[in-house]
Design a protein around this ligand. Structure first.
Ligand code: ZN
Length: 324
């Protein structure tokens, strides 16, 4: 009998659940609005999971285990979400056991970015038996990440290994939501890239830029607009995009120094820019990187898109025995 798993990706807006086979292929998917408060959110997670199983034409009894990808901070060993910026009112929620009890299946809890990293490692950009050391960097509202070291997800002693967004890139920089100064996500996240463009426009009112028309129309400038206008040749938009790519490249060089992995993949909203992101990051990487020996780390785009969390959570449930 073929084995199947459920992966649940708990987001601030939507809960996505999927039935995933042992090869990491999604058989069916369901999505519901997240709701608020632990009780309602758990109820909706169960609803999404049941819907996905129904659509797969399997039964809950055919599901081996359930993997949950959740925003953190959390304890994967205890299965507890400690608190969450995206989910107000969450404090020490035993999410793993609540889901396990309701679905009557074994369940596992992991951070969402780490789950996505494991998904890309097992079924996406890093799915190559020659690759055992892999890093995923997700560029969304914030910057997240996950590290696979010799085939195992690296959690650290407090589940905070791979928090690449809070790597300090300027100790004199602005204060981050985490309390540190100058974290990477203040320079290279999708939201901050848009904000930096607005900042440049505000401090130099006479500087020409096609982005000004957006502001005049009352729109906020996001990273997608920056990319669009940079591609059209707008100088200010290019300066903003280049700065974000340079800080990302800096993080990539440091990642190579710490871990020397075979691959680092870029994912999330900003990675939708495709080669416009990748080429620029690689250019800066080549400039910043040391010259004394070859760096074999390949920088690529992630391939699973929004499914990485579901696939990764399911794969972690599948591999739970040797991933602990
Ligand atoms: Zn930070």
């Amino acid at each position: 009998m073929k084995k199947n798993y459920i992966g649940i990706d708990l987001g601030g807006t939507n809960i996505k659940a999927g039935v995933v086979d042992a090869q990491g292929k999604i058989i069916s998917k369901a999505s519901v609005a997240t709701g608020s408060g632990p009780e309602q959110v758990v109820e909706r997670m169960i609803q999404a999971a049941r819907q996905a199983v129904q659509d797969s034409e399997l039964k809950m009894a055919d599901i081996e285990a359930v993997g949950i990808a959740s925003p953190g901070p959390l304890s994967s060993a205890d299965g507890v979400v400690l608190r969450s910026a995206n989910l107000p009112g969450w404090h020490d929620v035993p999410l793993r056991d609540l889901v396990s009890k309701a679905l009557k299946r074994p369940a596992f809890l992991e951070n969402d970015a780490k789950s996505a990293a494991y998904g890309e490692f097992t079924a996406g950009a890093g799915a190559d038996e020659k690759i055992a050391n892999f890093i995923l960097v997700t560029l969304g509202t914030g910057v997240g990440g996950g590290i696979i070291y010799h085939g195992r997800l690296l959690r650290g002693v407090s589940d905070s290994a791979g928090e690449i967004g809070h790597m300090i890139v300027d100790p004199d920089g602005d204060v981050c939501g985490c309390g540190q100064r100058g974290c990477l996500e203040l320079y290279a996240s999708a939201s901050r890239t848009g904000r930096y463009a607005q900042h440049l426009l505000a401090i130099a009112p006479s500087r020409a830029s096609s982005l000004r028309a957006l502001l005049a129309a009352g729109a906020t400038i996001d990273s997608r607009a920056v990319v669009e206008h940079a591609k059209m040749g707008d100088e200010l938009a290019n300066e903003v995009w280049d700065r974000a790519c340079r800080f990302l490249a800096l993080a990539c060089v440091n990642a190579a120094r710490w871990l020397d992995p075979q691959m680092l993949a870029l994912a999330g909203g900003m990675a939708a820019a495709g080669n416009f992101l990748l080429h620029r990051v690689k250019q800066h990487f080549a400039q910043l990187n040391w010259k004394m020996s070859e760096t074999k780390m390949e920088i690529v785009l992630a391939t699973l898109g929004n499914d990485a969390g579901i696939i990764g959570a399911a794969a972690l449930a599948r591999d739970s025995e040797h991933q602990r």
